[in-house]
Design a binder for this molecule. Structure first.
Ligand code: SF4
Length: 366
């Protein structure tokens, strides 16, 4: 099969030793052609782009905590937390601030650099919002990067979160605009885009990606990535999730995804958003070590660490530790800009990174 023109051109650019270009003008047809590139060529191109912007042997490690579980009024067909489906999930009210901070402390001791907090809401209720802001402040004071996913935000709430010290806001587009309505009917794609624009305008970083394996076409996957890459600024973090099938949800018995199709999606995301962290997100529990390694080779450089992702399973910490050791991967260290003294300490830590790779390994052995 001949290599599509766009790919050949891009590969020649790499061979000429020039940096990959950050673009915001992708067309769906062009990205479909990228998806159709022979697998080895696609992997080579993705790895080449990856090495221009990142240390290929570093992976950023985040921890995700569900701070309010279940009874969500949205009807996302993949989600066990939706109140529309009976999945037997135990509902929980908003977690106490102190408990969240204890979990964040444990996550930090385990080598995580970012603490993500998720609540199953359509939008954050006014009565709970002050506690959410306290969580952000407390986690930030621990010297961790902070991320939240709370549903749709008003402009005012976005600004308050920024003020409290929130670094990232997660708000996934899930799929293409065309496929979106067949997965979620209780909110619109334009609602999602509006919240993303509030987040960007506030100065916070964006975490936004999607899910592969919901019955979408390659064109839908291309559409999702085009909508992310054509934002005025690329999301700093792009989670690519493989559907975790949960009994009781409408997608609970959908056909399995072809693993190579998932890896292709990671590679195409890496090529299109060369400076973003692409996260190998939900679905890792279903992947063997070889598939995860291939995802890292395709340019994934972020994972969630910990045995539970909100409500679905994730590999045990010791398994991640062993995989990192086998592959020679180090957890990426991050500079958290709290105050001058913390910033200085973080910078020192960055300098010592090459000499000290024990933190993640030691913590995972506990
Ligand atoms: S994905 Fe989020 S918004 Fe959708 S049902 Fe689940 S918790 Fe609610």
């Amino acid at each position: 099969m001949p290599v599509p023109t766009t790919t050949a051109t891009a590969m020649n650019t790499q061979h000429n030793g020039q940096d990959s270009v950050t673009r915001h003008d992708w067309s769906v047809a062009e990205v479909e052609a990228l998806f159709a590139t022979p697998f080895n060529d696609l992997m080579f191109q993705a790895q080449t782009v990856h090495r221009q912007h990142f240390d290929p042997n570093e992976v950023q490690v985040s921890t995700l905590l569900s701070i309010k579980t279940g009874a969500c009024p949205e009807d996302c067909k993949y989600c066990p937390q939706s109140g529309h489906y009976n999945t037997g999930l135990k509902k929980e009210k908003l977690m106490e601030v102190q408990r969240v901070l204890e979990k964040a402390k444990q996550a930090k001791e385990s080598g995580t650099s970012r603490f993500c907090m998720g609540a199953a809401w359509k939008n954050p209720p006014a009565k709970d919002f002050p506690y959410v802001l306290e969580m952000v402040k407390g986690v930030k004071e621990l010297g961790l990067e902070t991320c939240m996913t709370l549903g749709k935000l008003s402009q005012e709430q976005t600004e308050q979160l920024k003020e409290a010290g929130l670094d990232y806001y997660n708000h996934n587009l899930d799929s293409s605009k065309e496929f979106y309505d067949s997965i979620i009917t209780t909110r619109s794609y334009s609602d999602r885009m509006e919240t993303l624009s509030y987040v960007r305008d506030s100065g916070m970083k964006i975490c936004s990606g999607g899910i592969v394996g919901m019955g979408e076409t390659v064109r839908d996957r291309a559409g999702l990535l085009v909508n992310l890459a054509n934002l005025p600024v690329h999301p700093e973090s792009v989670p690519i999730n493989m559907l975790v099938k949960v009994d009781g949800t409408p997608l609970g018995d959908i056909d399995d995804l072809e693993p190579f199709d998932f890896i292709r999606c990671i590679a195409v995301a890496r090529i299109m958003m060369p400076k973003s962290h692409v996260r190998l997100s939900a679905g890792r529990e279903e992947m063997n070590e070889q598939m995860q390694s291939m995802a890292f080779l395709a340019g994934a450089n972020s994972i969630f660490y910990g045995e539970c992702l909100l409500t679905t399973p994730n590999p045990a910490a010791h398994k991640d530790k062993m995989l990192f050791e086998k592959l020679g991967i180090r957890p990426e260290r991050r500079v958290v800009k709290n105050d001058d003294s913390q910033q200085e300490a973080s910078l020192l830590e960055q300098v010592q990174k090459k000499q000290d790779e024990a933190l993640f390994v030691d913590a995972a052995a506990v």
